[in-house]
Design a protein around this ligand. Structure first.
Ligand SMILES: NC(=O)c1ccc[n+]([C@@H]2O[C@H](COP(=O)([O-])OP(=O)(O)OC[C@H]3O[C@@H](n4cnc5c(N)ncnc54)[C@H](OP(=O)(O)O)[C@@H]3O)[C@@H](O)[C@H]2O)c1
Length: 278
């Protein structure tokens, strides 16, 4: 289990009250027995996050299309439950939710990791790829939100985490289809926070930088700040334990992209072109 440090200023003031106001979601001290549904758990970031949560004692339901790969992640864990589904199939997501709730009587955290990636510029613009990315990354996530909300709203202290991407911060070269789907997820998580936080439910917006997974394996450029999937899982789990709303990593790389978001466009386009050569 990760033990988290309080921010220095709260330790200095020694004020538990200030600390509880400082975090945007309640802290989690133990995963033991927590009921977590990881959607997109067969490979990469989702699989490693599910493994880590199982190792920390959570009860984890694993969903995505590849049942065999999900079984591999679940192997040897009594508290793992495999529920194959395709997020683009609304009825499959709802049926998996119903099955899980009938077994668990509630869900404490729904972690939506499922996503598809494809790079695109104007010279390889392809509407079929655009449709696929919108179906998986956006419509699919809305299907998961639709399934999660009724359970979350009646389960005190429960929450929803959405994996977006730093590619959603601002427009970037090569992300003509992927970037807009991820920008929409950032907006979705922010909007959800307004509604769920006052009711005592948590929302986590998770924005990874480059992570070495099958999704990025075909990238033919240097990926700055590249980290492994287990490292990404560590950032996600620690961020949730800490009660962060915005869980982004690695910090040094994502800081630059955050600055880009507030620059005047003239500077932003010039700087991004200089850095990427695109
Ligand atoms: N790798 C990076 O650098 C990076 C950076 C920023 C954000 N992200 C985001 O992180 C998330 C995980 O990506 P990853 O890098 O770990 O890639 P990955 O290994 O390809 O994982 C993608 C996951 O999504 C699931 N998935 C895809 N389509 C699905 C569908 N229609 N229904 C249900 N599940 C589906 C896959 O499972 P099945 O194939 O079994 O369905 C798999 O578990 C994605 O949302 C991605 O956009 C990744």
């Amino acid at each position: 289990m990760f033990h988290l440090q309080s921010p220095d200023h709260t330790r200095m003031l020694g004020a538990p009250l200030l600390r509880s106001h400082w975090t945007m979601n309640p802290r989690i001290d133990s995963w033991s027995g927590r009921r977590v549904w990881v959607i997109g758990a067969s490979t990469g970031i989702g699989a490693e996050t599910a493994r880590m949560l199982l190792a920390f004692g959570a009860r984890v339901a694993l969903s995505s299309r590849q049942a065999d790969a999900l079984q591999e992640v679940a192997a040897g864990h009594r508290d793992a439950r495999v529920l194959p589904l395709d997020v683009t199939r609304h009825e499959q997501v709802l049926a998996a939710r119903d099955l899980l709730v009938s077994e668990w009587q509630g869900i404490d955290l729904v972690l939506i990791v499922a996503g598809a990636y494809s790079d695109m510029r104007v010279d390889n613009f392809d509407m079929a790829v655009v449709d696929r990315l919108i179906d998986v990354n956006l419509r699919g996530v809305f299907h998961c939100i639709d399934a999660a909300l009724p359970v979350v709203l009646r389960t005190p202290g429960s929450g929803i985490g959405i994996v977006s991407s730093v590619a959603g911060f601002s427009g970037l070269p090569r992300t003509l289809a992927y970037g807009p789907t991820k920008a929409a997820l950032i907006n979705l998580a922010e909007s959800l926070y307004f509604d769920l936080h006052p009711r005592g439910n948590s929302v986590y917006l998770i924005n990874p930088g480059f992570v070495s997974t099958q999704a990025t394996a075909t990238n033919d450029f240097d990926m700055p700040g590249l980290i492994s999937a287990p490292e990404a899982a560590g950032y996600i789990v620690r961020g949730i334990e800490r009660g962060s709303f915005h869980i982004r990593f690695p910090r040094n790389f994502t800081n630059w992209l955050r600055v880009g978001r507030v620059l005047p466009y003239r500077w932003y386009f010039w700087l991004t072109h200089k850095v990427t050569g695109l």
